[in-house]
Design a protein around this ligand. Structure first.
Ligand code: ZN
Ligand code: ZN
Ligand code: ZN
Ligand code: ZN
Ligand code: ZN
Ligand code: ZN
Length: 441
């Protein structure tokens, strides 16, 4: 029963780490024992790294079947039927001769159709892409090179494991775009100017990617602007896909998806979970403007203060508590780097919910469930009263030099010295100065 009592007290104090941090009215709805709103968790994911919410709004629908309308299975069937007919017809008859001629034509046709790529290796490396031959027959995809449909049933096709570029095997050798995965590893920094336009003239009235002539009048072909690069592209390189733009989030807290080129779309999708944004440096004002970010920052700081408990606690290591954050590893490493996905999740309210849950789970282990961790709490040396304190408790202050923990009120009232640091200084002095005194004496 004692545990239940402790649990109730723990809940009172720690379910909401902000109950003493921020103004009461701002966070009224969060106080008490209410669990985080479960419906918020069910919100559809805005962007997932694998298949992000980029939509192809205008795909060219060429059936791509003309050259293959006699597909190989159909031809083989026809050849078998033709052979049967020849056997059944009277020997040396005109009809049989016609059938033989037909058989020869069918066989030639099959020879012609025989896919030269059938015997190709499963992996092809081109312009830093790593293309794997696709096994799936039933799906209908669009080729990123020729913009026509890939008919999985009768056509061989490849997907790059790095950037998910997909194309017909017949288009492989025509590819001119290098894999954006390498751009992600070499140039892991976003363009942080909003749609940095320089104008069509600076592009020589050509597509920024394939150099095809373009203009805004659509002659000889339409120029489409990419909101991420600010450059113009032809309709082959820009399919009017939609993506949220990092620069617009950082400067305007604007999550409205904009039209981007194929290449930007792939790059943004690969970058979405990478913690490359140091918000405090890029736009410190954001923390004044977006209240949720302050909350997230405090939660992240607390989690970093809890981490030393976990990496020295066998039980916590065994129960893999820190793996709670495995999808956001950077939250266990620092409190300042953000990914675009983090910001999208902050915006929809999902991150604050899940991080508060993690915070509660962690605090529960340290303060309630684990004796070993509990033993590493602090007694306020300034008043020597009250409960055991932990550095992540909301009403505490931590000495930056020795990490001793005090009541916030005690520490600020007595802001002159930390008693532990004073003791340490005294001890050091006696160690180094006493022998000196002895020599003098
Ligand atoms: Zn193609
Ligand atoms: Zn690739
Ligand atoms: Zn182009
Ligand atoms: Zn523990
Ligand atoms: Zn105190
Ligand atoms: Zn100290």
């Amino acid at each position: 029963m004692e545990y239940d009592e402790k649990l109730a007290r723990f809940r009172q104090a720690h379910l909401n780490p902000f109950n003493k941090q921020l103004s009461e009215q701002q966070h009224e709805q969060r106080s008490g024992e209410e669990a985080p709103d479960p419906t918020a968790e069910e919100a559809p994911p805005e962007l997932s790294p694998a298949e992000p919410e980029f939509r192809c709004t205008e795909c060219v629908m060429d059936l791509g079947l003309s050259e293959d309308h006699f597909s190989r299975p159909v031809l083989r069937q026809a050849i078998e039927e033709c052979k049967q007919v020849i056997l059944e017809l009277p020997e040396q008859s005109e009809k049989q001769k016609d059938a033989v001629v037909r058989l020869i034509h069918l066989r030639l046709k099959l020879q012609e159709l025989k896919d030269p790529n059938e015997d190709e290796p499963n992996i092809r490396v081109l312009l830093e892409h790593r293309f794997y031959k696709e096994k799936s027959k039933s799906v209908k995809q669009t080729c990123d090179k020729c913009n026509t449909i890939i008919w999985g049933l009768i056509q061989t096709w490849y997907t790059c494991t790095g950037c998910y570029y997909r194309c017909h095997s017949k288009c492989l050798n025509l590819i001119s775009k290098p894999c954006v995965r390498s751009k992600v590893s070499h140039q892991a920094e976003y363009e942080l100017n909003i749609c940095p336009e320089t104008g069509l003239d600076s592009q020589d009235y050509r597509c920024a990617e394939c150099r095809a002539p373009i203009s805004l009048r659509g002659v000889p072909s339409e120029a489409r602007q990419c909101d991420y690069t600010g450059q113009y592209y032809c309709s082959h390189c820009h399919w009017n896909d939609l993506a949220v733009i990092p620069a617009r989030i950082i400067h305007n807290w604007d999550f409205e998806p904009r039209k981007v080129s194929r290449c930007s779309m792939r790059y943004l999708a690969l970058m979405v979970s990478r913690p490359v944004l140091r918000l405090r440096e890029i736009n410190p004002l954001l923390f004044n403007f977006v209240e949720e970010l302050v909350e997230i920052r405090k939660l992240r700081q607390d989690i970093l203060l809890m981490k030393p408990y976990f990496i020295t606690c066998k039980e916590a290591m065994e129960s893999r508590l820190l793996l709670q954050l495995q999808d956001r590893q950077h939250f266990v490493e620092n409190d300042e780097m953000y990914s675009v996905q983090d910001l999208v999740d902050v915006h929809v309210g999902r991150l604050s919910c899940s991080l508060t849950e993690t915070h509660t789970l962690f605090a529960k282990h340290i303060k309630l469930d684990c004796e070993r961790c509990q033993a590493k709490g602090f007694v306020c040396e300034l008043c020597r009263e009250g409960d055991v304190l932990f550095p992540f408790d909301s009403h505490t202050s931590v000495c930056t030099d020795c990490s001793a923990v005090f009541h916030r009120d005690c520490y600020y009232d007595n802001s002159t010295t930390c008693p532990k640091c004073a003791r340490l200084t005294l001890r050091k002095r006696s160690l180094f100065q006493d022998p000196g005194l002895d020599v003098d004496a």
